[in-house]
Design a protein around this ligand. Structure first.
Ligand code: NAP
Length: 312
């Protein structure tokens, strides 16, 4: 007998028929709230909150298979209390997100947004020795806040650019240190020493708002901030101030506190490179993310352990 499951409608084009075998799918579009009913699994996008109310609506639920590695959109404690599995999609998106982080680092360091705008405006008057001068990377310091899968992948890519690497994480990473020469420090050291500070920690009560007016004030003048983690790690008003008064050299952002809204002063800042949350957006990665989410659903519904649980 097929099992009733709710799947984000936006995933339809990424899934193969065999991944849906044995499932009776209700496609849930972004503007619909979670309905009440007998569904045993839900596959949400990161933009859907799944908390107490949603769990109450789905009394037969056995798994929330989030289609993202971050799971700050799920009330994990409420799910655990109801013995509902929560899974995510780690590893498959690491390279894509690390590559995108590097796109932002390079775009900020070499002022690509301003350069592209100049060319498009038709006002470029030709080569000038002091035009759009940026930051030379060799010999500078890259700070990683969070050195898990993505943070380390960003760090490994920094070696050929000649960057010194420092990082903050809850636990030391000896292999990463050995391979890249990275040095572990506490958050204050990272703020003081980074020429480029890149955020790779999840959104948690400890990390929310960790980049604020006080911590921005402790960064090197002219430093670059890059955020491909979660928007609420950064206080956007404070970031806009730091960009406007020149304390910060540039900011490269893929994520925002209130997506899809973007703070108007960030949108207006010439030194902000703003992307629409496309960290994992490659054909291969998005298919793999959807496949893992469905493989988790299939495993749990067959009474097996989930492949990538966020708690055990
Ligand atoms: P991960 O492997 O779990 O790494 C997270 C890192 O953050 C770990 O090194 C962890 O330390 C560290 N950390 C957690 N809390 C911390 C704290 N309070 N202080 C210092 N470090 C802390 O996760 P990942 O796969 O690299 O993904 C990281 C985040 O990227 C995800 O949570 C997600 O929000 C975001 N993301 C965004 C996109 C996008 O589209 N822009 C795509 C993928 C992921 P320990 O290693 O010591 O535990």
């Amino acid at each position: 007998m097929s099992q009733p499951v709710l799947i984000a409608a936006e995933l339809k084009g990424l899934l193969e028929p065999d991944q849906l075998e044995g499932l009776e799918v209700t496609w849930l579009s972004a503007d619909e709230t979670v309905p009440k009913g007998e569904w045993v699994a839900i596959v949400p996008l990161l933009s859907r909150w799944v908390g107490g109310t949603e769990l109450k609506h789905l009394p037969k639920l056995r798994i929330i298979a989030n289609c993202a590695v971050g799971y700050d959109n799920v009330d994990v404690v409420a799910a655990e209390m109801r013995k509902v599995f929560v899974t995510n999609t780690p590893d498959v998106l690491t390279d894509a997100t690390a590559d995108l982080t590097w796109a932002l680092i390079l775009a900020c360091a070499r002022r690509l947004a301003e350069a592209i705008a100049l060319v498009r405006s038709g006002r470029w008057t030709g080569w000038h020795p002091e035009q759009l001068l940026g930051m030379e990377l060799r010999g500078r310091t890259l700070g990683l806040f969070g050195a898990g899968r993505i943070g380390q992948a960003v760090g490994r890519r920094a070696v050929p650019f000649g960057l010194r690497i420092i990082y903050a994480a809850r636990t030391p990473k000896p292999e990463f240190q050995r391979d890249t020469g990275a040095v572990r420090m506490e958050w204050p050291g990272l703020l003081a020493e980074s020429d480029i500070l890149s955020l790779h920690a999840p959104s948690t009560p400890e990390t929310k708002g960790i980049v604020n007016s006080e911590t921005l004030g402790r960064m090197k003048p002219g430093a670059i901030l890059v955020n491909t983690a979660r928007g609420d790690l950064v206080r956007e008003e404070a970031l806009a101030n730091a960009l406007e008064d020149g304390q910060l050299g540039a900011a490269g952002l893929d994520v925002y506190a209130d997506e899809p809204a973007i703070h108007p002063r960030l949108r207006a800042a010439p030194r902000a490179v703003l992307l629409p949350h496309i960290g994992s957006a490659t054909h291969d990665t998005r298919r793999k993310m959807a496949a893992i989410a469905l493989a988790n659903v299939q495993a749990v519904l067959k009474g097996k352990a989930p492949l990538t649980p966020v708690f055990r």
